[in-house]
Design a protein around this ligand. Structure first.
Ligand SMILES: Cc1cc2nc3c(=O)[nH]c(=O)nc-3n(C[C@H](O)[C@H](O)[C@H](O)COP(=O)(O)OP(=O)(O)OC[C@H]3O[C@@H](n4cnc5c(N)ncnc54)[C@H](O)[C@@H]3O)c2cc1C
Length: 819
């Protein structure tokens, strides 16, 4: 049998790249259809200025960009370049931006892209239109440059055609055909094109294409201004029509601007204007030419005027220049800025790859080709998966507001903990009213309000014993932080605290096929006694960690799964047997959870329950149905902070009462409510990993330090064969625990780590360890960097000394948690 029939909707940079990636892998029955003419379809690609800056805070996005650079460099059309590697220069005009550029340089180093901070003179030497007196420095990445998107699509289409692909312009897709939950083709005015797989690469038309099968595509088309000057005397004679540009592409993020040369003119992109959402029903129609197409709206000069003044300040040659042409070009923005990749939940074989920049296009296309052919992308994609969003985040008003916010903040300096200001209060736990009264400072995640610390605990800071007193922090790490976290950590380790664990995703997997499903998808033994709780992993076929889970067997056929997010729900639902013998239900919203942790937890709960909470009667990693103060509770003896205690689950309507009975009795035991800042510190001291930050599908369990959760002897499960022969001893990298020698410096994550002066890894999670009195960081390092190895972490413009230490830092004998 030949390869499956694939129809790709959209011949822009994404669709064409995908056709190329598929045909390169031998799939030769690929048809690319586009409503516009070929090769200039009228989509965003047709007018893209093509600046490729690779560095972002995301390892994945940077990897997708780096592959794009590598691939485009290898292409040409009739001996003309597809990638002009002129380099990328981002300049700072404020001290804050200069510091941010140092941070960005750190990310580049972490993700393997060479970049350096240069002084104003060197910036001006590289880009002589710059006035060095107006800048403080820059970040220069030599491998960045210009993609000629309109030429790339020609090069790739030719190559894909020689591999069997067919390109069909002026063919609008008006329907998606499907039968029995599987895609069967696309409908066009000329008839149906049959297909086994359909991939929508429709760019900002994505929501309309998704609507054809009822799939939410959470992106917003927004207009963004791009203008070209008349001839600039300083550029005359520098470039040829062929080379187009010779200076690095330039970003002036302090004013939301970027620049490139167009032979002897300058092109200027501006995000400095109001967000301009576009209604897909109001796109220009008519003949498509280089200057008129559906993705180009009329230039609104008044929106550009303030930006133009800023351009003149940065580049003095513009003082006498004038704007020749401009347009408001349309492209996609999403709630979190990431692309949208994935398969429909309802119609198997219908995929999307949208909200993708030219910068990431080849990387995304390769990832999709690998997903289709191998079932797995070599670059891990959890931040790109279209199913990462919760239901409330798919609402069009939410998408519109958050996407516009992303447009506004596109070049802003954003702190990793900085929460969005609006929309807020979308999802609150039953304890919310009590938390507000205690002065909770809420941060936001997936629509949930999550207390970071409680102002009500402020008075405890003065009571902290000397060894618990946290050092003063620098300005950056002090943001969205309070020393109150130290007091909350202290009380958790010495008395008892309530943690609101409600926002953590909970699934119920039930039915006669539930056990077999869990046995197949996880690394642990699931066929244990009722009441058992298991920490386990879900792996992909190559042994990469796709999630870590806590599975409680509540009855013969009912399991409660503590999961990491919507991607777990999506995975378990897709994997559930089609005969309906295992039901997968998201029970997060209908239930709630309190983590009751600390050495006094047992005293507290025993005082208000008739159930047996003794060490013998309620063992570690067991669950029981109990009543606490009259509230029916599923209690699990687990602790993510490394103290004695229980996770107490109840249905949502009982939540407030559960909080109140614990709080009232807790007064005799020194109870406090504690937030995520303390939680994160305590879990790092205990060495507990956070999936998505510390480990992903890029890592196998032994590298990530969770090999203990793999029970290969239990029989077959997804990923088992890939782990054959792999152990803690054979892996060549480790997620390692570090303490930072200077106790005043708390890093934030993603910083590069140096060994003997060379970058060898990067920080995943970090926090001040209040119990151990030192900043703690987890980092990916070569396995040779064993305990005692001295390393350095780059924090902004300096390197700080750190040491690899044995983990966990607190209670390695598990005495506290097990007694
Ligand atoms: C002014 C401006 C400047 C930009 N600058 C940069 C930059 O410097 N660097 C960068 O990386 N990115 C930049 N971008 C973003 C970049 O251009 C886009 O993200 C990218 O081109 C999107 O590619 P695509 O293939 O997903 O979409 P498109 O190129 O829009 O292709 C989608 C295709 O789908 C087709 N289609 C839609 N609906 C249907 C249907 N029903 N039937 C058949 N065909 C259909 C369309 O005709 C279109 O050809 C810029 C965007 C703008 C607007």
């Amino acid at each position: 049998m030949g390869s499956p029939r694939v129809v790709i909707i959209g011949a822009g940079i994404v669709g064409t790249n995908l056709a190329d990636e598929l045909t390169a892998r031998g799939w030769d029955r690929v048809t690319v259809v586009d409503q516009g003419p070929l090769p200039l379809t009228g989509g965003s690609t047709s007018h893209a200025p093509g600046l490729v800056f690779q560095t972002t805070s995301s390892k994945t996005m940077t990897a997708l960009a780096s592959y794009t650079v590598e691939k485009f460099l290898s292409l040409e059309v009739d001996r003309q370049w597809c990638f002009n590697q002129v380099g990328g220069l981002e300049v700072a005009t404020t001290e804050a931006r200069l510091a941010e550029l140092h941070r960005r340089q750190g990310w580049a180093t972490s993700w393997g892209v060479a970049g350096r901070i240069i002084d104003p003179q060197e910036c001006a030497k590289l880009h002589p239109l710059l006035d060095p007196t107006r800048i403080l420095g820059g970040l220069y990445v030599e491998s960045d440059g210009l993609a000629k998107a309109a030429r790339v699509v020609v090069a790739l289409a030719r190559r894909a055609q020689s591999g069997g692909a067919v390109f069909q312009g002026l063919t609008k897709v008006i329907g998606i055909e499907h039968s029995g939950g599987k895609v069967t083709g696309v409908a066009t005015p000329a008839g149906v094109i049959p297909a086994d797989i359909v991939v929508s690469c429709g760019g900002f038309w994505g929501p309309d294409l998704g609507a054809l099968i009822g799939m939410d595509v959470p992106l917003l088309p927004l207009a963004h201004q791009y203008a070209k000057t008349h001839q600039i005397p300083e550029l005359v004679g520098r470039n040829t029509e062929l080379s187009e540009a010779g200076f690095p592409i330039l970003r002036h993020q302090d004013q939301d601007l970027y620049f490139r040369e167009h032979v002897d003119r300058l092109g200027i992109g501006s995000y400095a204007h109001r967000p301009m959402p576009v209604d897909l029903g109001e796109l220009p129609d008519g003949e498509i030419t280089a200057d008129a197409m559906p993705s180009m709206l009329t230039f609104t000069k008044e929106d550009f005027a303030p930006a133009w003044e800023q351009c003149k300040k940065l580049l003095p040659c513009l003082e006498t220049a004038t704007i020749d042409t401009g347009f408001n070009g349309i492209f996609s923005f999403t709630p979190d800025g990431g692309p949208l990749i994935g398969e429909s939940r309802d119609v198997a074989g219908f995929w999307i790859a949208e909200a993708v920049w030219v910068t990431h296009s080849a990387g995304v296309a390769r990832a999709v080709a690998q997903l289709l052919i191998d079932g797995r992308s070599e670059v891990e994609l959890h931040g790109c998966d279209v199913h990462r969003f919760e239901q409330v985040q798919l609402d069009p008003d939410y998408v519109s507001e958050t996407a516009q916010q992303n447009f506004v903040e596109i070049y802003d300096i954003l702190h990793p903990l900085q929460p969005r200001e609006s929309p807020r209060d979308l999802r609150v736990s039953p304890f919310h009213a009590r938390q507000e009264k205690l002065g909770a400072v809420f941060l936001e995640a997936h629509g949930w309000e999550r207390p970071q610390w409680f102002e009500a605990n402020a008075a405890l800071v003065d009571q902290l014993p000397t060894v618990w007193q946290p050092p003063a922090r620098d300005e950056w790490s002090a943001m969205f932080h309070s020393p109150i976290a130290a007091a909350e950590a202290w009380r958790t380790r010495t008395a008892v605290a309530l943690y609101d664990m409600t926002p953590l995703k909970r699934l119920e997997i039930s039915g006669p096929g539930a056990l077999a499903l869990l046995e197949r998808l996880t690394t642990g033994t699931m066929d244990k006694s009722i009441g058992s709780v298991t920490y386990t992993l879900a792996l992909d076929a190559t042994g990469g960690v796709r999630s870590d889970l806590t599975v409680a067997r509540l009855s013969e056929d009912t399991f409660q799964v503590g999961a990491n997010g919507n991607l777990d729900l999506d995975y378990f639902r897709r994997q559930a047997p089609s005969d309906g013998s295992a039901a997968v239900r998201d029970i997060t919203g209908g239930t709630c959870c309190i983590g009751l942790w600390g050495p006094r937890a047992r005293d507290l709960v025993e005082a208000i329950s008739r159930d047996d909470f003794s060490n013998e009667g309620f063992k570690y990693f067991r669950s029981k149905q109990v009543r606490i103060g009259g509230v029916p509770v599923t209690a699990m003896r687990l602790s993510y902070v490394g103290e004695l205690g229980w996770e107490l689950y109840t249905s949502a309507e009982n939540g407030l009462r559960l909080w109140d009975v614990l709080w009232t009795e807790g007064q005799r035991h020194g109870i406090i409510a504690a937030g995520r800042a303390a939680f994160n510190s305590l879990r790092l001291e205990k060495g507990y990993r956070s999936w998505g930050t510390d480990m992903t599908t890029e890592h196998n369990p032994f590298e990530a330090g969770v090999g203990f959760a793999v029970r290969s002897q239990k029989g077959e499960f997804v990923g088992r064969s890939a782990l054959c022969g792999i152990s803690d001893e054979t892996v060549d990298r480790h997620l390692s625990c570090l303490t930072i020698d200077d106790r005043r410096t708390v890093v934030m994550g993603s910083e590069p780590v140096f060994l003997d002066g060379a970058p060898v890894g990067y920080v995943t999670s970090a926090a001040y360890g209040h119990t151990v009195g030192a900043p703690v960081a987890y980092a990916w390092l070569p396995a040779t960097a064993g305990v005692g190895t001295s390393v350095e972490i780059q924090y902004f413009d300096r390197r700080i000394a750190a040491t690899v230490v044995a983990e966990p830092l607190v209670d390695p004998e598990m005495k506290k948690i097990r007694s």
